[in-house]
Design a protein around this ligand. Structure first.
Ligand code: ADP
Ligand code: ZN
Ligand code: ZN
Length: 839
């Protein structure tokens, strides 16, 4: 691959070169060289979106990555077909960032581009048909059938038609056969039309015709004659009289929504008459999809502790690029962020704040909105393409200099980033699993900041071990906040032993006595309760009581989760669904029962235990719609819900006054997960969800249910002893060679044929073994889940020396081997997936 680092970017003006290397949104290992036609020479530079032909048929939007004089040696360069814009959409820093990402995460720069550009900025091409000008139906050698005649008639009127148009003309789906036949008969030609996907939001407005604007006297004459005017004009004139002159001018620029006049008492038919009489006219205007909101400039008064932390952060930034802010839940990290953001903006820098997906729809955004108003852009994954493009363009135009967004917002076109904040930096949702690039947004953010010579602030109540390690080894600066804001205290913890309660017959529907008592108390005091269970559905699986049969997915190597809603079993990996059988296919028994506990079942149990309580559930199944999550939160915030049951969705960022009890149903389930980060994650999740309790004056209670409550981790969570927990776990990681002491890379091999998958995995494994770097190589083994969506999975794990040289060398060799392997006939259909820093 062409490297894009360093001085190669100097040449950013096209006039000095005749060739351009284009980044294309396809998984190919390098950029392709195209000729810059003379006519476009002045108009092309790095970062411009261009249209090129790729292969025989495909038309693609690409980004100019480099401009130079060297013709390619292996092929004839095709010309660039067109330039899409007069300014670069993507700046040189972004392209360097993409190149870094492709290198670090072992993927192709085209894949990074694909992830980076909102699809509204990519082009789609649409197949259309046109009449063949030389076609003469009378001399045609083949007869046309009825449908073909209908299409041709329609085409004579319209000149060109998309395949969809054809479908609607004929009223049938799938018209490919008919079109093919028409092409063979030389009646039509098919061509590709490239079209932009982004469509601005257009509104119909009305305004005074130019008569009335340019000629003030005619307006005054009208005002004068007001009493003699028909009713409709009278309303309009009265309205205009009330509007000051400077606003009249504005009105005429942006126009009025019809609604303004109908609200003032004018009927739609009168409006029409005024338009017909040349008083008003209709026109179209492009409007923003985001509402205008003013910010506030009432200053934030930091507490003494917060000020201390702020000073510490600023001092650390003098010497370090990255600072970790370790502040307990409710200590006011947000307030600190706000003051730092304000300062950076005043200094003329851009700011990006990353939030985990789910936190982005909550208080955090409305809190920030209060301060920054609509000068803050929000980049959410549930946004439409058009909305994303508007945030993108808003940065280019300078409308936004501060954006808060999910992990993909690191790809936005910042050109003078000064500060990056990663809130809840320990969150695993910052890692992208699929597709490539499989990046971690926190780590990528630190790189992005470095490219901009900007600062990064990582914030968390429970930092990731990686970040804490970096702070302890002085790579990052460190500041802490160890007191909650105001009167709020940390909640009181209670450990509830499920086994003892079970023995004493006190465990009811999975709730210990202690848990039930605390919930009851909260309900009596009209306070709210959060119940955390990290498993959705009704039960993890169903099983035959007589023979132990457990239904599994037909396509994956996992058991099916039972969902009471719809009385069905679902695969959480591929979406496969099936009804629960009435009798066991193994032994014919009809005793088939649900085993284990999911959120649905807890919701049901709660309604049995607390019939008077209002209960709601928050998990993937209840929040699929765009506003589903927000609606649930609003309901909870308004006090319409007493108990909210949920998966890890409820652990993040919720800041409700009236939550005093938090229950963790099954702490063991979080702890016993076959992953070296299980302990770290359990500590984080339980601490985070506990942090939702007692955030205002009232003391909170946290009940943790476990079958082994004597484990050290619980006592470390309870005493907030992050440091000792960290030291203990790190000892193990060092002994058994886990990150951050080594760099981990996971390579998986997937194929629908078991043998082929295994053979390819072995082959690659042997090749990796030969790479000369200090490493430990494990596998290849059947994946933790051996089959997903009918693809068998084998995995090798590489534990690499931490030195950047070793990493770069290994990755480069690996890339080359993968390319060679993929070219072999036997392995062409095998998928190799490289995951750097897997989670
Ligand atoms: P964290 O993000 O650390 O969990 P928050 O920033 O959400 O904590 O702060 C907890 C609560 O305390 C919030 O309601 C916040 O508005 C309030 N708060 C924190 N610091 C201040 C301050 N300096 N002035 C006013 N309110 C504050
Ligand atoms: Zn059975
Ligand atoms: Zn499945």
């Amino acid at each position: 691959m062409e490297t894009l680092f360093g001085d190669q970017l100097e040449q950013s003006v096209a006039s000095s070169g005749s060739f351009a290397d284009i980044i294309l949104p396809v998984p190919i290992p390098k950029m392709f060289t195209y000729k810059i036609p003379r006519s476009l020479k002045e108009e092309i530079g790095i970062g411009y979106r261009v249209i090129v032909q790729f292969g025989k048929k495909k038309i693609l939007t690409g980004i100019v990555g480099k401009v130079h004089q060297k013709p390619p040696t292996a092929y004839d360069a095709k010309p660039i077909l067109d330039v899409l814009e007069s300014h670069a959409s993507v700046n040189p820093v972004q392209i360097r960032f993409w190149a870094w990402m492709a290198q670090y995460y072992c993927c192709h720069i085209g894949e990074v581009m694909n992830a980076a550009l909102p699809s509204g900025l990519k082009l789609s091409s649409e197949s259309k048909i046109q009449l063949n000008p030389t076609f003469d139906p009378d001399t045609c050698a083949y007869p046309l059938d009825e449908r073909e005649e209908v299409l041709l008639k329609a085409l004579q009127k319209k000149e060109e038609m998309s395949f969809e148009d054809c479908e609607s003309v004929l009223g049938i789906k799938s018209i490919h056969g008919i079109i093919k036949s028409l092409v063979i008969k030389e009646a039509v030609v098919v061509f590709e039309q490239v079209k932009e996907k982004y469509s601005p939001k257009v509104e119909n407005r009305i305004r005074l015709t130019s008569n009335f604007v340019e000629d003030k006297s005619s307006l005054e004459k009208l005002f004068h004659e007001i009493s003699t005017k028909p009713k409709q004009e009278e309303i309009l004139l009265k309205y205009l009289q009330e509007v000051p002159v400077y606003r009249q001018a504005g009105l005429n620029k942006n126009g009025l929504e019809k609604k303004v006049l109908t609200d003032a008492g004018m009927s739609t038919s009168s409006l029409k008459t005024l338009i017909k009489n040349g008083v008003l006219e209709e026109f179209k205007i492009i409007v923003s999809r985001f509402e205008d909101e003013a910010g506030s400039d009432s200053p934030i008064v930091l507490t003494h502790k917060q000020l201390e932390a702020q000073v510490k952060i600023k001092e650390a930034f003098e010497k370090k690029h990255t600072v970790l802010l370790h502040g307990i839940t409710g200590s006011g990290k947000t307030e600190l962020y706000i003051t730092l953001i304000q300062e950076a903006l005043q200094g003329g820098s851009q700011v990006l704040m990353l939030l985990p997906e789910i936190a982005l729809t909550t208080h955090m955004v409305s809190r920030l909105r209060q301060v920054f108003g609509s000068s803050m852009g929000v980049y959410h994954s549930k946004y439409s393409d058009n909305e994303r493009v508007e945030v993108w363009n808003g940065l280019l135009s300078g409308k936004f200099s501060f954006v808060v967004g999910v992990r993909s917002s690191i790809f936005l076109p910042f050109d003078s980033l000064g500060l990056l904040i990663v809130d809840e930096e320990h969150e695993s949702s910052y890692k992208q699993y699929d597709p490539a690039p499989r990046f971690h947004a926190r780590d990528a953010a630190i790189m992005l900041a470095w490219l901009h010579q900007a600062k990064t602030l990582l914030g968390s109540a429970t930092p990731s071990f990686e970040s804490f390690y970096n702070a302890r080894t002085d790579k990052y600066g460190y500041a802490s906040l160890d007191k909650r804001y105001g009167e709020a205290q940390l909640p009181e913890f209670h450990l509830a032993d499920m086994l003892i309660d079970k023995k004493k017959n006190l465990l009811k529907l999975d709730f210990t006595r202690l848990m039930r008592e605390k919930i009851q108390e909260a309900l009596v005091n009209q306070e709210q309760v959060l119940i955390f269970q990290n498993r959705r559905g009704y039960a993890p699986y169903v099983s035959c009581e007589d023979c132990g049969w457990i239904p599994e997915c037909e396509h994956c190597d996992v058991s099916l989760t039972y969902h009471q809603f719809g009385e069905e079993m679902r695969c959480h990996y591929c979406g496969f669904r099936e009804k629960v059988p009435h009798v066991c296919p193994g032994c014919g028994s009809s005793k088939i029962s649900a085993v284990g506990v999911g959120t649905e079942r807890i919701e049901e149990s709660l309604s049995l235990l607390f019939p008077e309580a209002r209960i709601a559930r928050m998990d993937l199944d209840t929040t699929r719609s765009k506003y589903g999550y927000q609606r649930l939160l609003d309901d909870f915030g308004a006090g319409n819900v007493d108990i909210l049951v949920g998966t890890q969705m409820i652990t993040k960022g919720l800041d409700f006054d009236r939550v005093t009890v938090v229950g963790v149903m099954d702490a063991d389930r979080i702890l016993y997960f076959p992953d070296f980060r299980a302990g770290e994650r359990a500590f984080q999740q339980i601490t985070q969800v506990a942090g939702r309790a007692g955030r205002r004056g009232k003391k909170g209670h946290v009940v943790i249910q476990s079958r082994r409550p004597e484990q050290a981790i619980f006592h470390q969570i309870i005493s907030g002893d992050y440091r000792n927990f960290y030291l203990q776990e790190m000892g193990e990681r060092q002994r058994f060679f886990y990150p951050p002491f080594v760099k981990m890379i996971k390579v998986s091999t997937r194929h629908k044929d078991y043998k082929t998958a295994e053979r390819a995995a072995r082959h690659l494994h042997n090749l990796m073994a030969e790479i000369q770097v200090k490493k430990i190589l494990l596998g290849p083994e059947k994946g933790l889940i051996g089959k997903i969506k009918n693809q068998y999975i084998f995995e090798s794990v590489v534990k690499l020396d931490r030195s950047s040289h070793a990493q770069a060398h290994f990755k480069q060799e690996l890339q080359q081997q993968l390319e060679a392997l993929q070219a072999e006939k036997d392995f062409r259909s095998v998928r190799f997936i490289v995951d750097v820093d897997p989670y």
